[in-house]
Design a protein. Structure first.
Length: 242
């Protein structure tokens, strides 16, 4: 069964990485959500993709230069303000508190490959444990250092190798890192590689799969999950193959 993760919620139709977006993904029937975490100046783990607030809010500057109180005053509705009105940047704890009352899975991506956040992994693991979500959580990052650290600190929580391209034999690389899944850019992974990875008991969850042709093709290949901006589209197409 191919699972469906809403990329930053339902980012194709709602403001990414906000509570309305996550709630919409759940409403549409996604099996889980994917989100990104950064850290504020006062050590709060917040859910936002970019290292700066410029693209997705009405503010400017680095996330790390804001306290959470300051950050919470920014409007993260992005291009969907007419649909949703004012949206805050949520804390990871806010999302996990909500998610703990659902059956959703969660993929937490550590955005620390460019900006290094001291203690980010430890704080995220603490929050996941606080809400008892260990078995429903996957950690991923473009930073191998971060993923190795997560695996060492929390071997009971799944980790995944996140990459765009350049990994020729991903199942071997995944095993070497001690992770149980790969999250490749869907444009750069061929069917034989998907099959061989799955045969080696490594889950395959490509990102960000939005067009119908790709969703249908990947679903027929039996991939473990898709990460998509349009959970409704994925639900409609992949349910055909279930």
């Amino acid at each position: 069964m191919t699972l469906i993760f809403g990329h930053r919620g339902a980012a194709g139709t709602f403001p990414e990485n906000t509570m309305p977006s996550f709630q919409e993904a759940a409403r549409l029937g996604a099996d889980g959500i994917e989100l990104d975490v950064q850290m504020t100046k006062d050590g709060t783990v917040v859910v936002i993709h970019d290292e700066t607030v410029d693209r997705t809010t009405n503010g400017s500057g680095a996330v790390l230069d804001y306290t959470y109180d300051e950050l919470s005053k920014l409007d993260a509705s992005h291009t969907f303000s007419e649909k949703t009105g004012f949206c805050t940047i949520p804390t990871l704890e806010e999302v996990l508190h909500w998610l703990s009352k659902t059956e959703l899975l969660i993929n937490i991506e550590f955005k620390n490959n460019k900006q290094k956040y001291r203690g980010l992994e430890e704080e995220v693991i603490t929050l996941v444990r606080k809400y008892g979500l260990e078995s429903r959580t996957v950690f991923s990052s473009f930073s191998q250092t971060s993923i190795i650290k997560c695996r060492e600190l929390a071997p009971d929580i799944e980790t995944a190798l996140l990459y765009k391209f350049g990994v020729r034999i991903p199942w071997l690389y995944a095993k070497r890192l001690g992770v149980s899944a790969i999250h490749p850019n869907y444009k750069y992974i061929a069917a034989p590689v998907i099959w061989l990875t799955l045969l080696n008991n490594i889950a395959v969850r490509p990102y960000t799969v939005n067009d119908e042709e790709s969703l249908r093709k990947l679903g027929k290949l039996g991939i473990s999950a898709v990460i998509t901006d349009y959970p409704d589209r994925a639900v409609r197409i992949l349910r055909e193959n279930r």
